[in-house]
Design a protein around this ligand. Structure first.
Ligand SMILES: Cc1cc2nc3c(=O)[nH]c(=O)nc-3n(C[C@H](O)[C@H](O)[C@H](O)COP(=O)(O)OP(=O)(O)OC[C@H]3O[C@@H](n4cnc5c(N)ncnc54)[C@H](O)[C@@H]3O)c2cc1C
Length: 390
Protein backbone atom coordinates (compact mmCIF):
# COMPACT_ATOMS: atom_id res chain seq x y z
CA UNK A 1 0.00 0.00 0.00
CA UNK A 2 1.35 3.40 -0.95
CA UNK A 3 1.06 5.66 2.09
CA UNK A 4 -0.84 8.88 1.52
CA UNK A 5 1.13 12.13 1.73
CA UNK A 6 -0.24 12.76 5.23
CA UNK A 7 0.61 9.30 6.45
CA UNK A 8 4.10 9.51 4.96
CA UNK A 9 4.67 12.86 6.71
CA UNK A 10 3.53 11.35 10.00
CA UNK A 11 5.75 8.31 9.44
CA UNK A 12 8.79 10.51 8.87
CA UNK A 13 8.02 12.59 11.98
CA UNK A 14 7.64 9.53 14.21
CA UNK A 15 10.74 7.92 12.70
CA UNK A 16 12.71 11.05 13.56
CA UNK A 17 11.33 11.09 17.13
CA UNK A 18 11.99 7.37 17.65
CA UNK A 19 15.54 7.51 16.34
CA UNK A 20 16.61 10.81 17.90
CA UNK A 21 14.70 10.83 21.19
CA UNK A 22 13.70 7.27 22.05
CA UNK A 23 16.69 5.24 20.87
CA UNK A 24 19.37 7.08 22.88
CA UNK A 25 17.61 6.80 26.25
CA UNK A 26 15.26 3.82 26.25
CA UNK A 27 17.87 1.17 27.03
CA UNK A 28 18.47 2.76 30.42
CA UNK A 29 14.74 2.86 31.28
CA UNK A 30 14.49 -0.75 30.17
CA UNK A 31 17.34 -2.01 32.33
CA UNK A 32 16.07 -0.03 35.34
CA UNK A 33 12.46 -1.10 34.61
CA UNK A 34 11.32 2.52 34.73
CA UNK A 35 8.38 4.03 32.89
CA UNK A 36 9.54 6.74 30.40
CA UNK A 37 7.18 9.57 31.43
CA UNK A 38 8.97 12.27 29.43
CA UNK A 39 8.77 10.24 26.21
CA UNK A 40 5.08 9.56 26.79
CA UNK A 41 4.49 13.28 27.40
CA UNK A 42 6.29 14.05 24.15
CA UNK A 43 4.18 11.51 22.26
CA UNK A 44 1.16 13.24 23.76
CA UNK A 45 2.35 16.64 22.55
CA UNK A 46 2.91 15.15 19.10
CA UNK A 47 -0.74 14.15 19.10
CA UNK A 48 -0.05 10.41 18.78
CA UNK A 49 -2.56 9.34 21.44
CA UNK A 50 -5.24 11.38 19.73
CA UNK A 51 -4.62 10.13 16.19
CA UNK A 52 -7.94 8.25 15.79
CA UNK A 53 -9.88 10.55 18.13
CA UNK A 54 -12.21 13.25 16.81
CA UNK A 55 -11.24 16.90 17.11
CA UNK A 56 -14.22 17.56 19.40
CA UNK A 57 -12.35 15.58 22.07
CA UNK A 58 -9.00 17.17 21.36
CA UNK A 59 -7.86 14.44 18.98
CA UNK A 60 -6.27 14.73 15.55
CA UNK A 61 -9.41 13.52 13.81
CA UNK A 62 -7.27 11.01 11.95
CA UNK A 63 -7.77 7.38 11.27
CA UNK A 64 -6.57 4.05 12.50
CA UNK A 65 -4.07 3.71 9.64
CA UNK A 66 -2.28 6.77 11.02
CA UNK A 67 -2.00 5.11 14.42
CA UNK A 68 -0.62 1.94 12.78
CA UNK A 69 1.95 3.94 10.80
CA UNK A 70 3.15 5.57 14.04
CA UNK A 71 3.26 2.24 15.87
CA UNK A 72 5.35 0.62 13.15
CA UNK A 73 7.98 3.35 13.43
CA UNK A 74 8.04 3.21 17.24
CA UNK A 75 8.12 -0.61 17.25
CA UNK A 76 11.22 -0.48 15.05
CA UNK A 77 13.13 1.21 17.84
CA UNK A 78 11.46 0.10 21.06
CA UNK A 79 8.46 -2.03 21.92
CA UNK A 80 7.88 -0.72 25.46
CA UNK A 81 7.26 2.78 24.15
CA UNK A 82 5.20 1.43 21.26
CA UNK A 83 3.00 -0.76 23.46
CA UNK A 84 2.37 2.15 25.81
CA UNK A 85 0.90 4.04 22.87
CA UNK A 86 -0.86 1.01 21.40
CA UNK A 87 -2.54 0.01 24.65
CA UNK A 88 -3.16 3.65 25.57
CA UNK A 89 -5.19 4.07 22.40
CA UNK A 90 -6.64 0.67 21.52
CA UNK A 91 -7.42 -0.41 25.09
CA UNK A 92 -7.60 2.89 26.97
CA UNK A 93 -9.31 5.19 24.48
CA UNK A 94 -11.16 3.07 21.92
CA UNK A 95 -13.66 1.42 24.32
CA UNK A 96 -14.79 4.89 25.42
CA UNK A 97 -14.68 6.34 21.91
CA UNK A 98 -16.70 3.47 20.46
CA UNK A 99 -19.09 2.73 23.31
CA UNK A 100 -18.89 5.48 25.95
CA UNK A 101 -21.68 7.91 26.74
CA UNK A 102 -21.34 11.57 25.74
CA UNK A 103 -20.61 12.44 29.38
CA UNK A 104 -17.89 9.79 29.62
CA UNK A 105 -16.31 10.97 26.38
CA UNK A 106 -16.35 14.60 27.42
CA UNK A 107 -14.95 13.88 30.84
CA UNK A 108 -12.17 11.41 29.98
CA UNK A 109 -11.18 11.63 26.31
CA UNK A 110 -9.53 15.08 26.09
CA UNK A 111 -6.80 14.17 28.61
CA UNK A 112 -6.41 10.64 27.25
CA UNK A 113 -6.16 11.91 23.66
CA UNK A 114 -3.51 14.43 24.70
CA UNK A 115 -1.45 11.76 26.48
CA UNK A 116 -1.79 13.70 29.75
CA UNK A 117 -3.46 10.62 31.21
CA UNK A 118 -3.55 6.91 30.36
CA UNK A 119 -6.35 4.40 30.50
CA UNK A 120 -6.19 0.63 30.83
CA UNK A 121 -8.57 -2.16 29.96
CA UNK A 122 -8.93 -5.14 32.29
CA UNK A 123 -10.24 -8.27 30.65
CA UNK A 124 -7.69 -10.95 31.57
CA UNK A 125 -7.93 -12.67 34.93
CA UNK A 126 -5.51 -15.05 36.61
CA UNK A 127 -7.87 -17.89 35.71
CA UNK A 128 -7.74 -17.21 31.96
CA UNK A 129 -7.26 -14.68 29.19
CA UNK A 130 -8.05 -16.56 25.97
CA UNK A 131 -11.39 -17.71 27.35
CA UNK A 132 -12.53 -14.19 28.10
CA UNK A 133 -16.07 -15.38 28.78
CA UNK A 134 -14.74 -17.13 31.88
CA UNK A 135 -14.62 -13.76 33.67
CA UNK A 136 -15.17 -14.18 37.41
CA UNK A 137 -15.05 -10.54 38.49
CA UNK A 138 -18.54 -9.46 39.48
CA UNK A 139 -20.35 -6.12 39.60
CA UNK A 140 -23.67 -5.85 41.36
CA UNK A 141 -25.95 -2.84 41.50
CA UNK A 142 -26.56 -1.53 44.97
CA UNK A 143 -28.15 1.85 45.67
CA UNK A 144 -27.27 3.29 42.25
CA UNK A 145 -23.69 2.04 42.38
CA UNK A 146 -21.81 -0.92 40.92
CA UNK A 147 -20.05 -2.91 43.62
CA UNK A 148 -17.09 -4.63 41.97
CA UNK A 149 -15.25 -7.66 43.36
CA UNK A 150 -12.48 -9.67 41.71
CA UNK A 151 -8.98 -9.40 40.24
CA UNK A 152 -7.57 -8.65 36.80
CA UNK A 153 -4.15 -9.85 35.64
CA UNK A 154 -1.45 -8.30 33.42
CA UNK A 155 -3.17 -4.95 32.79
CA UNK A 156 -1.11 -2.51 30.70
CA UNK A 157 -0.88 1.20 31.64
CA UNK A 158 -2.93 0.54 34.77
CA UNK A 159 -0.53 1.75 37.46
CA UNK A 160 1.39 4.76 36.16
CA UNK A 161 1.33 8.12 37.93
CA UNK A 162 -0.81 9.41 35.05
CA UNK A 163 -3.29 6.52 34.83
CA UNK A 164 -6.76 8.01 35.18
CA UNK A 165 -8.96 4.95 34.73
CA UNK A 166 -9.35 1.31 33.88
CA UNK A 167 -12.35 -0.17 32.17
CA UNK A 168 -13.00 -3.70 33.39
CA UNK A 169 -15.23 -6.51 32.26
CA UNK A 170 -17.39 -7.98 35.01
CA UNK A 171 -20.27 -10.38 35.37
CA UNK A 172 -23.30 -8.20 36.03
CA UNK A 173 -25.84 -10.97 36.11
CA UNK A 174 -26.71 -14.55 35.41
CA UNK A 175 -29.92 -16.38 34.71
CA UNK A 176 -33.16 -14.68 33.83
CA UNK A 177 -33.32 -10.93 34.22
CA UNK A 178 -35.54 -10.74 37.25
CA UNK A 179 -34.76 -8.17 39.88
CA UNK A 180 -33.45 -5.29 37.78
CA UNK A 181 -30.64 -4.84 40.27
CA UNK A 182 -27.70 -6.26 38.40
CA UNK A 183 -28.58 -9.81 39.19
CA UNK A 184 -30.33 -10.59 35.92
CA UNK A 185 -29.06 -12.11 32.68
CA UNK A 186 -30.39 -13.87 29.65
CA UNK A 187 -30.86 -17.55 28.93
CA UNK A 188 -29.02 -18.55 32.06
CA UNK A 189 -25.77 -17.22 30.51
CA UNK A 190 -23.34 -14.90 32.20
CA UNK A 191 -24.15 -11.27 31.53
CA UNK A 192 -20.80 -9.51 31.05
CA UNK A 193 -20.58 -5.72 31.04
CA UNK A 194 -17.79 -3.15 30.90
CA UNK A 195 -17.44 -0.69 33.79
CA UNK A 196 -15.16 2.33 34.09
CA UNK A 197 -13.24 2.61 37.36
CA UNK A 198 -11.37 5.87 38.02
CA UNK A 199 -7.89 5.51 39.53
CA UNK A 200 -7.88 6.03 43.27
CA UNK A 201 -11.42 4.73 43.83
CA UNK A 202 -11.79 3.13 47.27
CA UNK A 203 -11.56 -0.64 47.06
CA UNK A 204 -9.45 -0.53 43.86
CA UNK A 205 -5.85 -1.58 44.51
CA UNK A 206 -3.04 -1.65 41.97
CA UNK A 207 -0.55 -4.40 42.86
CA UNK A 208 3.21 -3.79 42.48
CA UNK A 209 4.70 -4.13 38.99
CA UNK A 210 5.34 -7.60 37.64
CA UNK A 211 8.89 -8.72 36.98
CA UNK A 212 8.66 -9.34 33.22
CA UNK A 213 10.85 -11.03 30.61
CA UNK A 214 10.39 -8.08 28.25
CA UNK A 215 8.55 -4.79 27.66
CA UNK A 216 10.45 -3.71 30.76
CA UNK A 217 9.87 0.01 30.30
CA UNK A 218 6.10 -0.50 30.05
CA UNK A 219 3.61 -0.62 32.90
CA UNK A 220 1.78 -3.85 33.81
CA UNK A 221 -0.08 -4.68 37.03
CA UNK A 222 -2.51 -6.98 38.70
CA UNK A 223 -5.61 -5.11 39.84
CA UNK A 224 -7.71 -6.02 42.87
CA UNK A 225 -11.32 -4.90 43.39
CA UNK A 226 -12.68 -5.37 46.88
CA UNK A 227 -16.19 -3.98 47.29
CA UNK A 228 -15.13 -1.18 44.94
CA UNK A 229 -18.10 1.15 44.34
CA UNK A 230 -18.58 3.32 41.26
CA UNK A 231 -21.69 5.15 40.03
CA UNK A 232 -24.17 3.22 37.87
CA UNK A 233 -23.43 5.69 35.03
CA UNK A 234 -19.90 4.23 34.80
CA UNK A 235 -21.28 1.37 32.74
CA UNK A 236 -19.53 1.60 29.34
CA UNK A 237 -21.83 0.81 26.44
CA UNK A 238 -24.74 -1.53 26.78
CA UNK A 239 -25.26 -3.68 29.82
CA UNK A 240 -24.63 -7.34 28.95
CA UNK A 241 -22.69 -6.41 25.80
CA UNK A 242 -19.31 -6.00 27.51
CA UNK A 243 -17.90 -9.21 26.07
CA UNK A 244 -19.05 -8.50 22.51
CA UNK A 245 -17.86 -4.90 22.77
CA UNK A 246 -14.47 -6.02 23.93
CA UNK A 247 -14.11 -8.56 21.12
CA UNK A 248 -14.72 -5.81 18.56
CA UNK A 249 -12.16 -3.61 20.32
CA UNK A 250 -9.68 -6.50 20.15
CA UNK A 251 -10.22 -6.88 16.39
CA UNK A 252 -9.09 -3.29 15.91
CA UNK A 253 -6.29 -3.67 18.45
CA UNK A 254 -4.91 -6.65 16.55
CA UNK A 255 -4.31 -4.48 13.49
CA UNK A 256 -2.40 -2.02 15.68
CA UNK A 257 -0.38 -4.78 17.36
CA UNK A 258 0.38 -6.18 13.91
CA UNK A 259 1.80 -2.82 12.84
CA UNK A 260 3.89 -2.65 16.01
CA UNK A 261 5.13 -6.21 15.38
CA UNK A 262 6.04 -5.31 11.81
CA UNK A 263 8.09 -2.45 13.18
CA UNK A 264 9.89 -4.84 15.53
CA UNK A 265 10.61 -7.18 12.62
CA UNK A 266 11.90 -4.20 10.60
CA UNK A 267 14.08 -3.05 13.50
CA UNK A 268 15.76 -6.46 13.51
CA UNK A 269 16.44 -6.16 9.78
CA UNK A 270 17.86 -2.63 10.21
CA UNK A 271 20.19 -3.67 13.01
CA UNK A 272 21.28 -6.88 11.28
CA UNK A 273 22.08 -5.14 8.00
CA UNK A 274 24.20 -2.57 9.78
CA UNK A 275 26.04 -5.15 11.86
CA UNK A 276 26.56 -7.56 8.95
CA UNK A 277 28.37 -4.80 7.06
CA UNK A 278 30.70 -3.79 9.90
CA UNK A 279 31.40 -7.02 11.83
CA UNK A 280 34.30 -9.01 10.48
CA UNK A 281 35.06 -12.70 10.91
CA UNK A 282 37.67 -14.77 9.07
CA UNK A 283 38.95 -11.63 7.38
CA UNK A 284 35.70 -10.43 5.82
CA UNK A 285 32.47 -8.69 6.83
CA UNK A 286 30.01 -11.36 7.98
CA UNK A 287 27.49 -9.92 5.49
CA UNK A 288 29.62 -11.33 2.66
CA UNK A 289 28.81 -14.87 3.82
CA UNK A 290 25.81 -16.42 2.18
CA UNK A 291 24.64 -17.95 5.47
CA UNK A 292 24.13 -14.44 6.88
CA UNK A 293 22.73 -13.07 3.60
CA UNK A 294 20.08 -15.80 3.49
CA UNK A 295 19.06 -15.06 7.07
CA UNK A 296 18.65 -11.37 6.33
CA UNK A 297 16.80 -12.09 3.08
CA UNK A 298 14.32 -14.25 5.01
CA UNK A 299 13.96 -11.56 7.69
CA UNK A 300 13.23 -8.94 5.05
CA UNK A 301 10.67 -11.22 3.36
CA UNK A 302 8.84 -11.85 6.64
CA UNK A 303 8.77 -8.13 7.36
CA UNK A 304 7.33 -7.24 3.96
CA UNK A 305 4.63 -9.93 4.31
CA UNK A 306 3.79 -8.67 7.81
CA UNK A 307 3.46 -5.10 6.52
CA UNK A 308 1.22 -6.16 3.66
CA UNK A 309 -0.93 -8.08 6.14
CA UNK A 310 -1.53 -5.18 8.55
CA UNK A 311 -2.06 -2.75 5.70
CA UNK A 312 -4.63 -5.08 4.13
CA UNK A 313 -6.50 -5.40 7.43
CA UNK A 314 -6.30 -1.66 8.10
CA UNK A 315 -7.51 -0.81 4.59
CA UNK A 316 -10.54 -3.08 5.02
CA UNK A 317 -11.23 -1.65 8.46
CA UNK A 318 -11.07 1.91 7.11
CA UNK A 319 -13.37 0.98 4.22
CA UNK A 320 -15.94 -0.31 6.70
CA UNK A 321 -15.91 -3.86 5.32
CA UNK A 322 -15.39 -7.00 7.44
CA UNK A 323 -11.76 -7.30 8.56
CA UNK A 324 -11.84 -9.80 11.46
CA UNK A 325 -10.08 -12.59 9.53
CA UNK A 326 -7.55 -10.15 8.04
CA UNK A 327 -6.83 -8.73 11.51
CA UNK A 328 -6.22 -12.22 12.88
CA UNK A 329 -3.94 -13.10 9.95
CA UNK A 330 -2.02 -9.84 10.38
CA UNK A 331 -1.55 -10.44 14.12
CA UNK A 332 -0.45 -14.03 13.52
CA UNK A 333 2.07 -13.46 10.73
CA UNK A 334 3.52 -10.21 12.09
CA UNK A 335 4.09 -11.51 15.61
CA UNK A 336 5.73 -14.62 14.14
CA UNK A 337 7.86 -12.36 11.95
CA UNK A 338 8.95 -10.28 14.95
CA UNK A 339 9.86 -13.35 17.01
CA UNK A 340 11.64 -15.12 14.14
CA UNK A 341 13.52 -11.97 13.14
CA UNK A 342 14.52 -11.29 16.75
CA UNK A 343 15.95 -14.80 17.02
CA UNK A 344 17.85 -14.46 13.73
CA UNK A 345 19.09 -10.96 14.52
CA UNK A 346 20.38 -12.12 17.90
CA UNK A 347 22.22 -14.95 16.14
CA UNK A 348 23.76 -12.50 13.67
CA UNK A 349 24.98 -10.35 16.56
CA UNK A 350 26.64 -13.36 18.21
CA UNK A 351 27.52 -12.77 21.88
CA UNK A 352 26.66 -9.07 21.62
CA UNK A 353 23.12 -10.10 20.76
CA UNK A 354 22.82 -11.45 24.28
CA UNK A 355 23.79 -8.14 25.91
CA UNK A 356 20.88 -6.04 27.12
CA UNK A 357 22.38 -2.81 25.82
CA UNK A 358 21.90 -3.94 22.20
CA UNK A 359 18.48 -3.27 20.65
CA UNK A 360 18.33 -6.78 19.15
CA UNK A 361 18.54 -8.23 22.68
CA UNK A 362 15.56 -6.07 23.65
CA UNK A 363 13.66 -7.29 20.59
CA UNK A 364 14.55 -10.87 21.53
CA UNK A 365 13.08 -10.44 25.00
CA UNK A 366 10.16 -8.29 23.89
CA UNK A 367 8.90 -10.13 20.82
CA UNK A 368 7.64 -13.25 22.59
CA UNK A 369 4.73 -11.40 24.17
CA UNK A 370 3.61 -10.27 20.70
CA UNK A 371 2.61 -13.92 20.10
CA UNK A 372 0.60 -13.91 23.36
CA UNK A 373 -0.94 -10.51 24.15
CA UNK A 374 -4.25 -9.28 22.66
CA UNK A 375 -5.02 -12.86 21.63
CA UNK A 376 -2.45 -15.66 21.40
CA UNK A 377 -1.35 -17.11 18.05
CA UNK A 378 -3.58 -20.11 18.78
CA UNK A 379 -6.56 -17.80 19.25
CA UNK A 380 -5.79 -16.14 15.90
CA UNK A 381 -5.73 -19.57 14.23
CA UNK A 382 -9.08 -20.42 15.85
CA UNK A 383 -10.53 -17.18 14.42
CA UNK A 384 -9.08 -17.79 10.94
CA UNK A 385 -10.31 -21.39 10.86
CA UNK A 386 -13.76 -20.25 12.00
CA UNK A 387 -13.87 -17.79 9.09
CA UNK A 388 -13.04 -20.65 6.77
CA UNK A 389 -16.11 -22.44 8.03
CA UNK A 390 -14.35 -24.97 10.26
C1 LIG B 1 2.86 -7.78 29.31
C2 LIG B 1 1.42 -8.13 29.19
C3 LIG B 1 0.47 -7.14 29.00
C4 LIG B 1 -0.89 -7.47 28.93
N1 LIG B 1 -1.83 -6.47 28.85
C5 LIG B 1 -3.15 -6.79 28.99
C6 LIG B 1 -4.13 -5.76 29.11
O1 LIG B 1 -3.83 -4.57 29.06
N2 LIG B 1 -5.43 -6.13 29.30
C7 LIG B 1 -5.80 -7.44 29.38
O2 LIG B 1 -6.98 -7.71 29.56
N3 LIG B 1 -4.89 -8.45 29.25
C8 LIG B 1 -3.58 -8.13 29.08
N4 LIG B 1 -2.64 -9.14 28.98
C9 LIG B 1 -3.08 -10.52 29.03
C10 LIG B 1 -2.95 -11.25 27.69
O3 LIG B 1 -3.89 -10.72 26.78
C11 LIG B 1 -3.19 -12.74 27.99
O4 LIG B 1 -2.03 -13.21 28.68
C12 LIG B 1 -3.44 -13.54 26.75
O5 LIG B 1 -4.66 -13.22 26.16
C13 LIG B 1 -3.43 -15.06 27.04
O6 LIG B 1 -4.21 -15.37 28.15
P1 LIG B 1 -3.59 -16.30 29.32
O7 LIG B 1 -2.28 -15.70 29.72
O8 LIG B 1 -4.62 -16.44 30.37
O9 LIG B 1 -3.31 -17.68 28.64
P2 LIG B 1 -4.38 -18.86 28.48
O10 LIG B 1 -5.63 -18.34 27.91
O11 LIG B 1 -4.44 -19.60 29.77
O12 LIG B 1 -3.67 -19.76 27.40
C14 LIG B 1 -2.58 -20.63 27.71
C15 LIG B 1 -2.15 -21.35 26.42
O13 LIG B 1 -3.24 -22.17 25.96
C16 LIG B 1 -3.56 -21.83 24.63
N5 LIG B 1 -5.00 -22.03 24.40
C17 LIG B 1 -6.02 -21.54 25.12
N6 LIG B 1 -7.19 -21.94 24.60
C18 LIG B 1 -6.89 -22.69 23.51
C19 LIG B 1 -7.67 -23.40 22.54
N7 LIG B 1 -8.99 -23.38 22.56
N8 LIG B 1 -7.02 -24.06 21.55
C20 LIG B 1 -5.66 -24.06 21.49
N9 LIG B 1 -4.88 -23.43 22.38
C21 LIG B 1 -5.47 -22.75 23.38
C22 LIG B 1 -3.16 -20.36 24.48
O14 LIG B 1 -2.98 -20.01 23.12
C23 LIG B 1 -1.86 -20.37 25.28
O15 LIG B 1 -0.81 -20.87 24.48
C24 LIG B 1 -1.28 -8.83 29.00
C25 LIG B 1 -0.32 -9.83 29.16
C26 LIG B 1 1.01 -9.49 29.29
C27 LIG B 1 2.02 -10.59 29.54
Amino acid sequence: MQLSEEHEALRATVEDFAQKEVAPVIGDFYIKEKFPYALVAKMGEMGLFGLPVGEEYGGMGGDYVALCVALEELGRIDQSVAITLEAGVSLGIMPLLRFGSDEQKQRWLPDLAAGRTLGGFGLTEAGGGSDAGATRTTAKLDGGEWVINGTKAFITNSGTDITSLVTVTAVTGRGERSDGAGNGGEDGKKEISAILVPSGTDGFTVAPSYSKVGWNASDTHELVFDDCRVPEENLVGTRGRGYAQFLSILDEGRVAIAALSTGAAQGCVDESLRYAREREAFGAAIGTYQGIQFKIAEMESRTVCARLAWQDAAAKMSAGVPFKKEAAIAKLVSSNAAMDNARDATQIFGGYGFMNEYPVARHYRDSKILEIGEGTSEVQKILIARHLGL
